[in-house]
Design a protein around this ligand. Structure first.
Ligand code: SF4
Ligand code: FES
Length: 244
């Protein structure tokens, strides 16, 4: 795939200088193995040093480089340019419905405040062990998938319910809530259910599956949300658990 020219059509917007977003085109010579993030660096380093975008790991781990690429939310560092050569030009814009800091970099404050409200950390059982908590392989199974979340925000920014209701916790935070709820080492399952039992919690999910479609790690926040609804219904029917 060497030496093919591609056109990147990048959405630009600097809130301190522009009244509205606009598109800017750049031509980039492709290289074997080039990712969309590499192509953006080609622009930044050789054509336009004002272009802003986020990245860190370049390996699909940190979640920083999520953006709209050719009509789909994807990780720029995991998207090979070679897979998009059928497009006349590759349109690149920031995550949808997010406040833009500059160009492709969006503001994650609301995303992380939603996350913080579900207590995204383990509250261990007492008495605390001298070393680590022991967890059997079978007990680990329910968290095997949710722990793969890289907090890229693709799911929440693709969720129409999160667009309509800024108070909605959204799929990423609700997946995180599930991840700790089903962790056998955690001691506050009832409190976790209280945190998501509201109109802006699990009940705001209308099972549209946009989150599943957009997740670059192929996770299923919709299923995690429905499982938490079932736990809430069971709690209503059979009462609260005693504190573990
Ligand atoms: Fe990203 Fe998937 Fe985690 Fe959502 S569930 S934040 S899309 S990795
Ligand atoms: Fe870390 Fe893309 S740069 S996920």
């Amino acid at each position: 795939m060497a030496d093919v020219d591609i056109t990147l059509k990048v959405q630009r917007f600097d809130p301190s200088a522009d009244t509205e977003p606009y598109w800017q085109k750049y031509t980039v010579k492709t290289q074997p193995g080039m990712t969309v993030l590499d192509a953006l660096f080609e622009v930044l380093n050789h054509q336009d040093g004002t272009l802003a975008f986020r990245f860190c790991c370049r390996a699909g781990v940190c979640g920083s480089c999520a953006m709209m690429i050719a009509g789909k939310v994807r990780l720029a560092c995991e998207t090979q340019v070679a897979t998009l050569l059928d497009k006349r030009e590759i349109a690149i814009s920031p995550l949808p419905h997010q406040k833009v800091v500059k160009d492709l970099a969006v503001d994650y404050d609301l995303f992380f405040s939603r996350l913080k409200s579900v207590k995204p950390y383990l509250v261990g059982k007492e008495p605390y062990p001298e070393k680590e908590y022991i967890q059997m392989p079978k007990e680990r199974v329910p968290i095997n998938e949710p722990i793969d979340c890289i907090m890229c925000g693709s799911c929440t920014s693709s969720c129409t319910m999160a667009w309509l209701d800024p108070g909605y916790l959204g799929p990423a935070a609700l997946l995180k809530s599930y991840r700790f709820l089903v962790d056998t080492r955690d001691s506050i399952p009832d409190e976790r259910l209280d945190l998501i039992e509201s109109e802006s919690g699990v009940y705001r999910c209308h099972t549209q599956f946009n989150c599943v479609e957009s997740c670059p790690k192929k996770l299923n926040p919709t299923e995690a949300i429905q499982r938490q609804k079932i736990k809430l219904i069971k709690r209503k029917l059979f009462g609260r658990k005693r504190k573990a």
